[in-house]
Write a protein that binds this ligand. Structure first.
Ligand code: PLP
Length: 361
């Protein structure tokens, strides 16, 4: 099987797996302590969590605090629901191509304004934004079309209106520097070769949030619940590795982009080619039957739209936001690759997909 769905999730790095094994804690071990217990085993586990927190912090700008959560979805919920401006009824502005974790949370609780994107999939810095916005949510890299938003310029717009800036950094973390202009940034371990079941919210120093989950007051009182040292250790190791290998990974991913772009040169690219993470290719071909293509290419794991939307029968809100009609959106596929994708895998996957697409006439 060839895995080309890196925006949905990524394989666990061997280094992260190794770090986790040390904290899975059988009865003969000393590594199953509750990191919130004051005794020696508890303190050992707490020390491992703090090492991991430092490693995860290396993904973020300086001047903030890392709060571990169960996922990026939970981190985004904490940032949005825990925000005082939101609670006092101010508007939340979000880009039209945010992940459902942002859009559905915002729509469930508050007054909102959707910021449109252009045909390239970018929020333009001169986008109209009401004065009464208290929180602006813009993702760094889109999960469906890979476009990279001009966060620096959008942060200036947020500051003009006195709004806080929440950045969904899930697809950017470990691949590029996260924006120092943000007030809060959410990330997920499983998108950077760490384990599933853990994410984090970075909160700028001095910013006060209100917890969503009450209980034992772990994570500075913002996220109650016992942490898993194994998940933290895996996340930490994955983050450290991503930072260490960032340039090397980027060169490799760029080489694979060239292979894929050339192979699919006759197809239309969805979203900007330049302002884009080059580990994502979202492309379409007129009349393509994507369901049939996927069933004809069982050896290749790829996606039709985002992993969340695929299977739901809904057309992607991201593809609609960049101006695609229903037929264009439904004839689009997403390929995503990364550190462990080989050139041979990429070449083979491209020829399998092209052959199957050509057989549709
Ligand atoms: N934001 C983006 C851009 C994503 O791609 C995802 C996952 O698909 C999420 C948020 C949610 O992350 P998690 O799976 O950790 O809840």
């Amino acid at each position: 099987m060839i895995y080309l769905d890196y925006q949905a999730t990524t394989p666990l790095a061997p280094e992260a797996r190794e770090a986790m094994l040390a904290w899975l804690g059988g009865p003969e071990s000393e590594s199953f302590g509750n990191p919130h217990s004051p005794h020696r085993m508890g303190r050992m586990a707490a020390a491992a969590v703090e090492v991991a927190r430092e490693q995860v912090a290396s993904l973020f700008p300086s001047g903030g605090q890392v709060i571990f959560t169960g996922s990026a979805t939970e981190a985004l919920n904490l940032a949005i629901r825990g925000n005082a401006a939101v609670r006092s009824g101010e508007h939340i502005a979000f880009s039209a191509i945010e992940h459902a974790a942002v859009i559905d949370t915002v729509k469930a609780i508050g007054n909102w304004t959707e910021l449109p994107v252009n045909a390239d999939g970018l929020v333009t810095p001169d986008v109209a934004m009401p004065q009464y916005v208290g929180l602006m949510c813009v993702m760094a890299v889109n999960n469906e079309i890979g476009t990279i938003q001009p966060i620096g310029e959008l942060a200036s717009r947020a500051k003009e209106t006195g709004a806080l800036l929440l950045v969904d950094g899930v697809q950017a973390a470990g691949r590029m520097a996260l924006p120092p202009e943000a007030d809060m940034i959410a990330v997920s371990a499983h998108k950077i070769h760490g384990p599933k079941g853990i994410g984090a919210l970075w909160v700028r120093d001095g910013l006060k949030l209100i917890p969503n989950i009450e209980g034992g007051k772990q994570e500075a009182g913002l996220r109650s619940g016992t942490l898993s040292p194994a998940l933290c250790a895996g996340f930490g190791a994955a983050a450290a590795l991503a930072v260490e290998r960032m340039d090397q990974d980027r060169v490799h991913i760029e080489e694979l982009w060239q292979v894929a772009r050339e192979a699919f040169s006759g197809w239309t690219l969805n979203g900007s080619a330049e302002q884009r993470w080059h580990g994502n290719l979202n492309i379409r071909r007129d009349g393509l039957d994507v369901a049939r293509l996927m069933s004809d290419c069982r050896e290749v794991m790829f996606s039709a739209g985002s992993a969340c939307a695929s299977g739901s029968g809904r057309t992607s809100h991201v593809l609609r936001a960049i101006g695609l009609d229903d037929a264009e959106a439904k004839s689009s596929i997403r390929l995503g690759w990364g550190r462990y994708t080989t050139r041979e895998d990429m070449q083979r996957a491209c020829s399998i997909i092209l052959e199957a697409a050509d057989s549709q006439g």
